[in-house]
Design a protein around this ligand. Structure first.
Ligand code: NAG
Ligand code: NAG
Length: 487
């Protein structure tokens, strides 16, 4: 291993949707630079990370920050957002903010240990605005890293700070963002639940309105996105924070660091190999989501009546234990699984599928997705257009960008409570995958976006340059800081 030096400290919020993009970032920095990387998290999450970074395979140092969930009104041994019911998510966020003094001591201890040498930079989570203040106190360069895209996060940020939907008249269902007009009108139905109910005094508003403004103390924001198709949101943050943004994506978790089972991967691959080119719809809503029983019925009918091939990652519907066995007879139309298996039209995969392998397979034609940003990047990296069914957080705004601006997506449903009509959905599936003008246009655009992504990741591409500029800025700041310190 080359001689590694200046230390990059990385600390994501305790949720798989945050830890995974940060891990991808850490592995990317490890591969492309000579910096030392210290990945901070709470003990149970660090434990889990050890299995994705077996000893000897990586120089990334995993560092535990002391945390006991019982001290924060959380169930014992609860350190990950994925392990808490929705009503405790906010408590976990608040608990994470209380790590502020502990984190400061951790960095001070690290500096002592390294003979007084400060880290090169601290890269923190979008939910850890407080970390920018700690870094400022310590005199260390700090950036926020967003696993979300520029546009989606800009809408999210602006809405929490302004709550513009509180101002609209009762009979109106859309509004503009006062500091982000470029986003055009947002519909009330595009707001995630906590946001739509927010009034400025609720706990979510209080948390976000305390911590999001602290980003101004940061030195800038790293985005897992590509300048070429996500400029509008980046401009919003440059203007709002008066700080640089560095679009460095897509940074995806390498296949070898993903949880995978070779049996399922082989099975999906063989099934896809047996299908014609560009003929299969991939259906998956990410590791955090499932849909209601009635939505599941309608989706099954839509898939079957579309006459398109599909791979569908199924999980028990809302209201049932997510880890229980999947009951096809109960949750899907009568005879559905037998019919689609016999005709080879569809493949049901339980809980988990090798997403990257499926999206990169030439038989895959479109992706019906919740449009979490990571899934969007994985899909577009392979030129696969999307059918969007946003369910939470900034996913609604991702779909807005993908449909209205980039033109690589059709929205097929909105939210966890929406009514699905299978005929309508089948029509949308058809028009995305068939040879009609709309379908061809979307696929053409998706391939164009794939080319933009490939260009961004070449040696003089925009994302590679942005990463270099980020490290230049950190080195410059830290050197001048040290000089001042010495003189
Ligand atoms: C890392 O260090 C090695 C050995 O000192 C050097 O040859 C290489 O160019 C460095 N790589 C980067 C990306 O700085
Ligand atoms: C966490 O705190 C509880 C209550 O104070 C204690 O019983 C438990 O042993 C602590 N857990 C750890 C891992 O320190």
């Amino acid at each position: 291993m080359a001689d590694r030096r200046e230390n990059v400290v990385i600390f994501p919020f305790m949720a798989q949707g945050h830890i995974i993009p940060f891990l991808a970032l850490a592995l990317h920095i490890e591969k492309t630079t000579n910096y030392t990387i210290t990945f901070v998290n709470t003990p149970l999450n660090i434990n889990k990370l050890r299995s994705s970074l077996p000893p000897g395979t990586s120089s990334i140092r995993l560092l535990e920050i002391p945390f006991n969930s019982s001290d924060h009104g959380l169930p014992p041994n609860t350190e990950n957002c994925d392990a808490v019911p929705y009503n405790l998510v906010l408590r976990l966020l608040e608990a994470s903010a209380s790590l502020r003094p502990v984190f400061k001591r951790l960095i001070e201890g690290m500096v002592d240990e390294q003979g007084g040498e400060q880290p090169l930079c601290i890269i923190g989570d979008i939910f850890f605005g407080w970390m920018a203040s700690v870094a400022e106190e310590l005199g260390v360069f700090h950036a926020v890293f967003s696993g979300a895209g520029g546009f989606g996060l800009a809408c999210y940020y602006s809405i929490w700070l302004n709550l513009p939907h509180r101002e609209i008249k009762d009979d109106d269902d859309r509004f503009l963002l006062p500091d982000f007009h470029e986003a055009s009108e947002i519909e009330v139905s595009q707001l995630p639940l906590a946001m739509s109910e927010a009034n400025g005094r609720d706990s979510w508003s209080v948390f976000h309105r305390k911590h999001l403004p602290e980003w101004t103390k940061s030195n800038g924001v790293l985005f897992n996105t590509v300048e070429g198709f996500d400029r509008t949101g980046l401009t919003y943050f440059e203007r709002k924070l008066n700080k640089p943004v560095w679009p460095i994506g897509p940074i995806l978790l390498p296949i070898e660091n993903r949880k995978r089972t070779s049996k399922e991967t082989e099975f999906c691959k063989e099934w896809l190999d047996s299908k014609p080119e560009s003929s299969v719809l991939f259906v998956s809503f990410g590791s955090m989501n499932t849909i209601s029983p009635s939505q599941m019925m309608e989706l099954a009918k839509a898939l079957e009546s579309s006459n398109k091939n599909f791979i569908w990652v199924v999980r028990p519907p809302i209201g049932f234990d997510i880890n229980s066995d999947f009951k096809s007879d109960e949750w899907l139309p009568r005879g559905f699984e037998e019919r689609i298996t016999k005709s080879k039209q569809g493949l049901l995969v339980h809980k988990w599928a090798p997403q990257l392998e499926i999206l990169s397979h030439k038989s895959t034609s479109a992706f019906l997705s919740h449009c979490g940003w990571n899934s969007v990047l994985e899909s577009l990296s392979h030129g696969v257009p999307l059918l969007g069914w946003p369910m939470a957080a900034e996913q609604f705004f991702n779909v807005k960008l993908l449909t209205e601006t980039i033109g690589v997506c059709i929205e097929v449903a909105r939210g966890k409570q929406c009514d699905i009509k299978y005929k309508e959905m089948a029509t949308k599936i058809e028009s995305t995958m068939s040879d009609c003008e709309k379908g061809k246009e979307m696929r053409r655009k998706a391939c164009k976006v794939r080319d933009i992504i490939n260009d961004a990741m070449t040696d003089d591409g925009s994302s590679v340059k942005a990463m270099a500029e980020f490290f230049d800025a950190a080195r410059k700041t830290m050197r001048s800081g040290r000089k001042r310190h010495v003189s």
